[in-house]
Design a protein around this ligand. Structure first.
Ligand code: OAD
Length: 244
């Protein structure tokens, strides 16, 4: 493991432009369950109901009561962990240009990263389905569900449901970053949900070194990934920073 960390550190030091792709795994140590695997969100909730846009539009009260209010409770309490703080430190020290995240928890920004591409949107922001009035998560009143705007419309989170497009600007920036970077750190993603899963492939095709950080193997391991650092994001980021 030590020699793999050293190899990764050399690649990061020699890189002109490093980006990161993060997934739910980086927020596990902040108390947010991942989407897949034991104890995960999709084990508890059926994603084709609770994370699917046409179901939400037909059954907003149920989706708010069963899933979204639970998500809000979990996300507002969460604080950045050593994985997020490590990526923020990398940016501060000039080793990381930006982060492409599939996460909607806002923890990279809370940790201090200044350029975060929110590939699946954000749960920090909400908007009214009728008049598009926008509110921050802390301004949403959940005493009566679904939460409603003063116009009577229902609020939805500004994140991507299944059946929706990736925000075009995020998709385009992520592709540009992936094709131009020298190193991509792929942290805590199962790399099975498209189009995010193709970002490391785009980076690799453009000649980048793909460094994966994950406690479990993924479809990238021993294929697209040049270096796989097996472990939790917090522990691995701490070791990388010690050697940089
Ligand atoms: P997943 O839940 O699919 O995968 C989480 C990954 O994190 C797995 O590969 C775990 O092995 C790894 N992991 C677990 N604990 C970790 C830790 N402490 N440190 C580092 N890694 C750890 O989450 P995503 O890949 O982010 O989309 O899922 C992608 C998308 O699927 C989500 O953005 C969401 C979901 O459906 C939408 O809702 C549109």
């Amino acid at each position: 493991m030590d020699s793999l960390i050293e190899n990764a550190v050399i690649k990061i030091k020699n890189s002109r432009h490093t980006t990161a792709l993060t997934g739910a795994g980086i927020s596990v140590e902040s108390g947010i369950p991942p989407f897949r695997g034991a104890g995960s969100l999709w084990e508890k909730y059926d994603p084709m109901k609770y994370a699917e846009i046409s179901y939400f539009l037909k059954h907003p009260e149920e989706v708010w009561k069963v899933f979204l209010s639970d998500m809000k409770d979990t996300l507002v309490k969460a604080k950045p962990n050593k994985g997020h703080l490590g990526l923020a430190e990398l940016e501060k020290r000039g080793f990381l240009a930006n982060i492409i995240t599939q996460n909607i928890d806002g923890l990279h920004q809370k940790a201090g990263n200044t350029d975060v591409i929110e590939f699946h949107g954000s749960f920090a922001r909400f908007y009214c389905l009728e008049c598009q009035n926008r509110k921050k998560v802390e301004e949403i009143d959940l005493t009566k569900l679904p939460p409603r705007c003063s116009c009577g419309g229902i609020f939805r989170p500004d994140c991507v449901f299944f059946g929706e497009m990736i925000p075009p600007e995020s998709l385009s920036r992520a592709n540009t970053e992936a094709s131009q970077c020298d190193v991509i750190l792929v942290v805590g993603t199962s790399a099975v949900v498209q189009p995010a899963a193709s970002i490391p492939v785009t980076a690799k095709t453009g000649g980048a070194c793909v460094i994966e950080i994950n406690p479990s193997p993924t479809p990238l391991t021993n294929t697209v990934a040049d270096i796989t650092l097996t472990g939790n994001a917090g522990d691995v980021m701490t070791k990388i920073l010690e050697k940089l």
